[in-house]
Design a protein around this ligand. Structure first.
Ligand SMILES: Cc1cc2nc3c(=O)[nH]c(=O)nc-3n(C[C@H](O)[C@H](O)[C@H](O)COP(=O)(O)OP(=O)(O)OC[C@H]3O[C@@H](n4cnc5c(N)ncnc54)[C@H](O)[C@@H]3O)c2cc1C
Length: 301
């Protein structure tokens, strides 16, 4: 079992910032994560992270990695936390590779994509169906694709794909987009995008790879002959393993203004928490606060 005073779980903006702060505080800490960058790596174009006028997700991730390398951080990656327990004032985390013990823990595990839940979704995952336009978009150059969803992630994906794909169909289930107006305006200006509102996707179909989707809109059932399907219908918090923390009805970990969870020594930061706005700058700020709170907690022991 690996031991440290502090264990940071997650390598997105919240976890990386927490690690930078923990390193600068000289804490004895470890970081475990499935990846570095988290959801921030999926964004095509980030225009609202202070100090970076425009930066792509992969570029920002590279800068995170560079920043982490400045410190000699004990990083286990890829690693997935499976359970978190507390006994006699020590936390124990079981991971896929190893077990970890620490006096304080910061959970910064963010969110993951929600599933569509239709026929063909599982079968065509990785064979034309994807949850990440930044990662997989270039595979569909010159093809017709569908983006499912109407929020910021969906429109971000649709805009990215409008520059790569031949035609982009956007299907959203409610009467209107919930995305920011700037994205809606950009999408309306794109020449190769067709929008279906009040659309309900019923099936992803094909042979070896995706060949189309069946959907209904305005009481009419249709098939769109697409080779790529981008599912962008929202996110769920990666908090199941941290059931010792109190969570809200969405599964988000409840935190106070110091990122404490109510369990002594257990802190949470970023999108996995019940902080209402989910943004890179907010997650990063949260990570800094959580690390400083954890440092104060460790000093008090
Ligand atoms: C397509 C898209 C575009 C976006 N564009 C913008 C934008 O332009 N501007 C903006 O401000 N925000 C944007 N966001 C939101 C922003 O990316 C998130 O708010 C931010 O990344 C949250 O950071 P986080 O560190 O809390 O969580 P995440 O980024 O979700 O990172 C979580 C980390 O935890 C790891 N992890 C998860 N579960 C486990 C586990 N069990 N064990 C170990 N590790 C685990 C993951 O691998 C990841 O490294 C966008 C999001 C998406 C999806």
């Amino acid at each position: 079992m690996k031991q440290a005073d502090l264990l940071i779980i997650g390598g997105g903006p919240a976890g990386v910032t927490a690690a930078i702060y923990a390193a600068r505080k000289g804490l004895d800490f470890m970081m475990i994560s499935r990846d570095i960058g988290g959801q921030a790596a999926w964004s095509g174009r980030i225009e609202n992270y202070t100090g970076c006028q425009v930066v792509s997700g992969p570029e920002l991730t590279a800068r995170f990695e560079e920043h982490l390398k400045k410190f000699s951080i004990r990083l286990v990656q890829p690693e997935t936390a499976l359970s978190l327990t507390r006994d006699s004032g020590r936390f124990r985390v079981s991971g896929e590779k190893d077990a970890y013990s620490a006096s304080a823990v910061i959970v910064a595990t963010g969110k993951r994509s929600r599933l569509l839940g239709v026929k063909g979704e599982k079968e065509f995952l990785g064979r034309g169906l994807t949850y990440c336009a930044v990662c997989d978009g270039p595979l569909f150059a010159g093809r017709d694709v569908a983006v499912i969803g109407g929020g910021n992630s969906a429109l971000d994906a649709a805009l990215q794909m409008s520059r790569i794909a031949s035609r982009v169909y956007v299907l959203e289930s409610s009467g209107d987009f919930t995305a920011d107006k700037i994205l809606v305006n950009r999408l309306s200006a794109a020449g190769n995008v067709e929008i279906y509102k009040n659309a309900s996707v019923m099936e992803v179909r094909g042979g070896r790879f995706v060949e189309g989707i069946r959907f209904s809109a305005q009481g009419k059932e249709s098939i769109l002959p697409v080779r790529g399907v981008f599912v962008e219908i929202g996110l769920a918090p990666n908090s199941e393993f941290a059931a010792i923390a109190s969570r809200n009805e969405k599964g988000e970990i409840k935190v106070d203004c110091s990122n404490g969870t109510g369990v002594p020594g257990l802190f949470a930061a970023g999108d996995v928490t019940d902080v209402p706005e989910k943004q890179i700058v907010i997650a990063a700020g949260d990570g800094a606060k959580a690390a400083l709170s954890a440092a104060r907690y460790l000093l008090s022991l």
